[in-house]
Design a protein around this ligand. Structure first.
Ligand SMILES: Cc1cc2nc3c(=O)[nH]c(=O)nc-3n(C[C@H](O)[C@H](O)[C@H](O)COP(=O)(O)OP(=O)(O)OC[C@H]3O[C@@H](n4cnc5c(N)ncnc54)[C@H](O)[C@@H]3O)c2cc1C
Length: 424
């Protein structure tokens, strides 16, 4: 460990840091720590991208990265829970923890709280794409793709109003997002894979996408190439903070002490973080995806907001993703949710072979009741939390890693991270 800073503000720069969780957030943090000369060890109960970071939609859309609790979602959620084919699922017998989450989530779903949370997100959203560019320039071989077209598509002009109003509020919060409202025919001219049922659309500009599983694997490869260690198949059961350093208790015994530890365990964050004063509930909002062949694979992402379905071109297939299922993160894949996505998507896409599905997948979005991530030091100055990004952990993963690595190595949290204080 090295000491920096003037007398009275001495900060011990860690030499060796363990990161628990090899998802986008954990690996980005490990990578940026290495950039500052720190030796990293990443541990994961399964392996790289074993949680939410694999089968997600891979949109890099800071323009749309807004807090999940918002007045429209609340209205929509209540309506949706009453319908069996709904894209939001809450189990009929919710656990006390889930009830706590939902109650707090509902309390945060007001226009005023949305605005406060949005004000907190705007500064990191602005830096989200530059953080990806930083990784690319530094030699990470993973690619980001400019979305040649990015269409939100609707059956009716009426349905489109919700997103148009939200875009107005996004603009009012100071986040630029360029768009045009277009007709169904114009949308089909851009994207022939949209069916005749599409009667209105919004075209978004300046957004990107990735193949998330591939991206995160290449980020992991870069961490290893730079001398880091990634250990798979190790469950971290406890974190012990003592004078000599921070030790991890794993299924295989205890590790040597590290100078600092980062908990980046996605929807499981609460399990380890609670003992370090992190009270915010992290609830799994599970999403499903699969990929299908198409006669014409869209040139960019396609979004069906009314059905909450997100589609992303991945090579010669289309990934179709959706659902928000509030259950335990490790619960089994429920095929009924896949069926619900298929039946909702079928009338909206032309020439997609929705019955030739591969890679059926479920993964847990780490959702917080206030819609904000948890990033920074905990009650221990050597134990850090990074997660809880909900719908936007891919978009915000690299900037989270960059700003958290700065916090860990300088002892000062950048202003952008203040609203995400793990002890809030
Ligand atoms: C259907 C769907 C679509 C999505 N689309 C997008 C999108 O388009 N754009 C976007 O920005 N975001 C999207 N998201 C959200 C995004 O996937 C998540 O926010 C992000 O992947 C979270 O990353 P993470 O690293 O925090 O968590 P994870 O990727 O879940 O990683 C956590 C890791 O921790 C490990 N772990 C947990 N507990 C332990 C333990 N005790 N010991 C050891 N290891 C442990 C797990 O195995 C896992 O690998 C989507 C999510 C879903 C489900």
């Amino acid at each position: 460990m090295t000491t920096t800073g003037s007398a009275g503000s001495n900060h011990i720069v860690p030499d060796r840091v363990a990161v628990v969780g090899a998802g986008m957030v954990g690996l980005a943090t490990a990578w940026f720590l290495q950039e500052a000369g720190v030796e990293v060890t990443v541990l994961d109960r399964e392996g790289v991208a074993a949680g939410a970071s694999w089968g997600n939609a891979g949109w890099l859309t800071p323009g749309l990265a807004t807090p999940l609790p918002e007045p429209a979602v609340l209205k929509y959620g209540v309506r949706a829970v009453l319908s069996p084919a709904s894209p939001v699922y809450v189990p009929p017998t919710a656990s006390p923890r889930l009830l706590k989450f939902l109650t707090r989530f509902a309390r945060n779903s007001t226009a005023g709280r949305w605005k406060t949370a949005m004000d907190a997100l705007v500064p990191i959203n602005r830096q989200a794409l530059p953080a990806f560019d930083f990784l690319t320039k530094a030699g990470v071989e993973a690619q980001t793709y400019e979305a040649k077209s990015f269409l939100a598509a609707y059956r009716t002009v009426e349905e489109r109003k919700v997103l148009l109003e939200e875009i107005e509020q996004i603009h009012a919060a100071g986040q630029g997002i360029e768009f045009e409202a277009i007709s169904g025919d114009d949308a089909r001219a851009i994207e022939p894979s949209l069916s005749d049922e599409i009667g209105a659309a919004i075209r978004l500009h300046g957004q990107r996408f990735i193949n998330p599983g591939e991206y995160v694997q290449l980020l992991a490869d870069s961490v290893i190439a730079r001398g880091g260690q990634i250990i798979s198949g190790v469950v971290v059961k406890d974190i012990v903070d003592e004078i000599r350093g921070v030790r991890l208790v794993t299924g295989d015994g205890e590790t040597d002490p590290f100078d600092a530890v980062v908990m980046a365990t996605g929807a499981w964050l609460g399990d380890l973080a609670r003992q370090f004063g992190v009270k915010t509930v992290v609830q799994a909002g599970r999403g499903y995806s699969f990929s299908v062949p198409m006669a014409h694979v869209p040139a960019g992402p396609v979004y069906f907001p009314a059905q909450r379905i997100a589609c992303t071109p991945l090579g010669d297939r289309l990934r179709v993703a959706g659902m928000m299922e509030f259950r335990k993160p490790e619960a089994k894949l429920d095929p009924r949710r896949i069926d619900a996505i298929v039946e909702a998507a079928r009338p909206l896409l032309r020439d997609a072979d929705l019955d030739a599905r591969t890679f059926e997948w479920v993964g847990p979005r780490p959702c917080t009741p206030d819609g904000l991530p948890i990033i920074g030091a905990t009650a221990s100055p050597r134990v850090f939390a990074a997660g809880g990004h909900g719908m936007w952990g891919i978009t915000l993963g690299p900037i989270t890693g960059q700003l958290l690595a700065e916090t860990i190595t300088t002892g000062r949290a950048p202003a952008e991270l203040r609203p995400f204080n793990p002890l809030r």
